[in-house]
Design a protein around this ligand. Structure first.
Ligand code: BG6
Length: 486
């Protein structure tokens, strides 16, 4: 579907997210011919750059994040010609005049305000946009995570933004929902008859969801120190993956049909008790070690780090969903920086066969397992038992492998490309609703309070490992192992 003309205003346009993800994503869509020729991308920041100087910034900081495969100087120049830069103080409505001058004041034209800024500024920016009469019926606002620091601040943001924009105009972004593999999970579950009858407690033993990164915090220490793995990854990305995995079939893929089902999952998460907080949550922080054979410093020794920091860079949680479908099925979630590998996956492990007709001594039985791989390459792996060729009846685990890039051979879209197109088209399905966001905070908040009250330090783990031993013990107590450690 062709996009109609738009003005996209990028608050935080000169910032890290913009340079790493948003500008490269917009370039890719521009190059693919998806953006209308007269679309304007207006980057906003405090720095007093001219348009020309800002293009220099893009050359230095955004251009290196575009793959050589898709870069051509001609396409880049054409894209940069759509980009304008405006210097203003986002917290001061009186400085918005240069933005007002650039915007096209056609009430029907799509106008998107993308707030790639600290959430503490969301309310005042929305108020200023309203005060300067910039919010039309065709306007949308995109809110980048983290959306708040806890339930109270998330509610406050929802309230303040909601005074200016209708819920149907608010796009709360979680870029994991834009990943191909996540949408493929919807296709797998609801486009096939095969899995749905088995997708329940009778047949599934446990689900593991892992997002492991080899990278450390890099130059984002300022932000990360105020966040930590729980706020940065668990409250949003991991819980969204859990929702898509566990939700009931929605009536359709319309925004509210999907979001209603995700909300029910969040509401059915078993609340933590003092006992489960102590037993089912592990918090870690990386120490020095080796990643991909290279030495890396401890979190506390990273650039501009606080040498006494107690911020967690790893979190693992055992979650339970109190519904007929999932009662008794543990969902193990974990994420960490400076881990042994760079991967994101959902592992659905099925129960063992109820009775074997084969001689056990000749066969190494393993329960079936479905791995939905999000990263590094998206794909599916289904582990089955098969007979080894030859005389006798010996069974062995085998893997059915589906690599989506290999299968489809069509150009891939980065999550931000897909989500930006959805914003420009006004499609809300892959964005979080206010109540969803609040329900997710409500579930994780006891963990934050517990850590504050206990004042205990995160458990150290060596960079390049799979996290603290306590994370293996967390799943080991249930007689299980993380897939990578099995
Ligand atoms: C972001 C987090 O939301 O997701 C980062 O703020 C993290 O800390 C990133 O590195 C991971 O995203 P991806 O797509 O690279 O797995």
């Amino acid at each position: 579907m062709a996009l109609s003309d738009f003005d996209l205003v990028l608050f935080g346009g000169g910032g890290d997210l913009s340079m790493r993800k948003l500008i490269p994503a917009l370039y890719a869509r521009h190059r693919a011919g998806d953006l209308p020729p007269s679309a304007q991308i207006i980057c906003v920041g405090r720095h007093p750059w001219t348009d020309k100087e800002f293009v220099e910034e893009l050359n230095q900081n955004a251009r290196p994040n575009i793959s050589e495969k898709t870069f051509t100087q001609e396409a880049w120049n054409a894209f940069c010609a759509c980009v304008r830069y405006v210097s203003l103080d986002a917290t001061d409505a009186a400085t918005y005049d240069p933005l007002i001058d650039l915007l096209r004041h056609d009430q029907d034209m799509t106008r998107v305000f993308y707030l790639a800024m600290s959430p503490s500024l969301f309310a005042s920016i929305c108020k200023n946009l309203h005060q300067r009469g910039l919010v039309t019926d065709s306007s949308r606002v995109v809110l980048e995570k983290p959306l708040g620091r806890d339930l109270a601040s998330a509610k406050q943001i929802n309230l303040e933004v909601g005074k200016v924009f209708k819920e149907s105009q608010i796009f709360r972004i979680d870029h994991y929902l834009g990943k191909e593999a996540v949408q493929n999970l919807l296709a797998l579950r609801f486009g096939n008859v095969l899995f749905e009858p088995l997708w329940r407690r009778e047949w599934i033993s446990d689900v593991q969801i892992t997002i492991a990164e080899e990278l450390g915090v890099g130059n984002r220490m300022g932000y990360y120190e105020t966040s930590g793995a729980l706020r940065d990854m668990l409250q949003n990305h991991l819980l969204q993956l859990l929702c898509i995995t566990a939700m009931e079939p929605p009536l359709s893929v319309t925004p509210d049909a999907v979001r209603d089902e995700k909300l029910k999952v969040l509401h059915s998460l078993k609340p933590f008790t003092p006992t489960t907080l102590a037993r089912n949550v592990v918090r870690g922080q990386y120490r020095a070690g080796h990643v991909e054979g290279k030495p890396v410093p401890a979190y506390r020794a990273e650039n501009s780090a606080n040498p006494d920091s107690t911020t967690e860079t790893f979190v693992a949680v055992k979650a339970e969903i109190d519904t007929w479908r999932w009662a008794g099925v543990p969902f193990y979630l974990r994420t960490g920086k400076r881990m042994a590998d760079q991967l994101a996956e959902i592992v659905v492990r099925f129960k063992s066969i109820p009775h074997s007709i084969f001689a056990q001594s000749n066969s190494s039985f393993q329960p079936n397992c479905l791995v939905i791989r999000l990263q590094p390459d998206d794909g599916l792996q289904l582990n089955l038992m098969a007979k080894t060729p030859g005389d006798g009846m010996r069974l062995k685990p085998v893997e059915l492998e589906l690599d989506f890039a290999e299968t489809f051979k069509t150009p891939r879209m980065d999550a931000y490309e897909r989500l930006l197109l959805d914003v420009l088209r006004g499609h809300l399905t892959l964005f979080m609703r206010a109540d969803e966001l609040e329900a997710a905070w409500e579930w994780v908040e006891p963990i934050l309070r517990h850590w504050e009250q206990e004042g205990n330090e995160p458990i150290p783990y060596t960079s390049g490992s799979w996290g603290p031993a306590a994370a293996s013990a967390l799943i080991g107590r249930d007689g299980l192992q993380w897939r990578e450690e099995a």
